[in-house]
Design a protein around this ligand. Structure first.
Ligand SMILES: NC(=O)c1ccc[n+]([C@@H]2O[C@H](COP(=O)([O-])OP(=O)(O)OC[C@H]3O[C@@H](n4cnc5c(N)ncnc54)[C@H](OP(=O)(O)O)[C@@H]3O)[C@@H](O)[C@H]2O)c1
Length: 265
């Protein structure tokens, strides 16, 4: 897809991967709608992009506030008169053992990562279908393909995204709407600090798995040609996670043995 003059709605645009996406789409000539909860951080991203109000709008929203998302979608659709690309990127991870985790925390992970993204897609898709064009990009995860310790609710939410967007993709071929699932391994962002612990409070620190990883700009740079080519699944991870993805398909038993001994924080 050529993004020049297209309208891109990005969730989780205040930080990390979403912020990096905003820079790449903007450089390609797109108009942006930046969403997440923290208005001041979205304004910072807008200012760093040059602050052009005719090309960048800020639309704060909370993906956990399911009742507000239809209205937010209508607002997004009117800002530039339509949406060409929805980037479902906003999300939160987890650092807690399942047996210790409050059910409310599991539900919150599903609400933000799964239901939030699904709701925005549900409200925006009919407009893309009318135009017979569009692209839905979803930041899933390697955790959408296999699970590890401390990530039960997170991996469940990402597996659920994989499942629903596989179905949506099939339904959208006849409308010329592409579904692009991005499956990163660890990327150096605030994801670990913001991860939910058992009682729903933030983990608050960065683990070495992420502090030693590539940063979000490098990640988006590496996948940019695949994003523009509307590739259906994009993997961006270290050789270790890539091997894990292959083993999950050909020898899940062996993968489980290796994961049992692996550092996952
Ligand atoms: N970093 C990694 O290693 C990695 C690997 C695989 C997949 N991912 C996925 O990449 C996506 C982006 O994460 P990141 O790594 O860039 O982490 P990040 O820096 O923590 O960014 C998360 C973004 O999501 C937004 N967000 C969180 N809760 C929200 C809510 N309730 N409503 C609306 N927005 C919310 C945050 O903004 P506000 O706080 O302003 O709301 C922020 O913009 C996530 O879906 C994550 O699962 C990350």
């Amino acid at each position: 897809m050529n993004y020049k003059n297209k309208t891109i709605w990005i969730t989780g645009a205040s930080s990390g991967i979403g912020e990096a996406f905003a820079h790449f789409f903007y450089r390609d000539g797109a108009n942006l709608i930046l969403s997440s909860r923290r208005k001041e951080e979205l304004e910072r991203v807008k200012t760093e992009l040059g602050g052009d109000d005719s090309r960048i709008k800020v639309l704060p929203l909370d993906l956990a506030d399911s009742k507000s998302l239809e209205e937010k979608s209508q607002a997004a659709l009117t800002l530039f008169g339509g949406i060409d690309v929805l980037v479902n990127n906003g999300g939160v991870s987890q650092r807690s053992l399942f047996a210790e985790t409050d059910m409310d925390t599991i539900r919150r992970l599903m609400e933000i990562n799964f239901f939030g993204s699904v709701a925005l897609t549900r409200f925006v898709l009919p407009h893309m279908m009318e135009r017979k064009s569009g692209q839905i990009i979803v930041t899933s995860s390697v955790a959408g393909k296999f699970g590890t310790k401390y990530r039960s609710g997170y991996a469940a939410s990402k597996h659920a995204l994989q499942g629903i967007f596989d179905c949506i993709r099939q339904e959208m071929y006849e409308y010329n709407i592409a579904v692009t699932m991005v499956c990163p391994g660890p990327i150096k962002t605030n994801i670990t600090q913001n991860s939910l612990t058992a009682d729903g409070s933030s983990f608050g620190k960065m683990g070495s798995l992420h502090s030693d990883a590539m940063d979000a700009n490098e990640m988006v740079q590496r996948i940019w040609s695949d994003i523009k080519a509307e590739k259906e699944e994009i993997y961006i991870s270290s050789p270790k996670e890539r091997l894990g993805l292959i083993m999950k398909r050909i020898s899940p038993w062996l993968l489980n043995k290796i994961l049992k001994r692996s550092k996952v924080i």
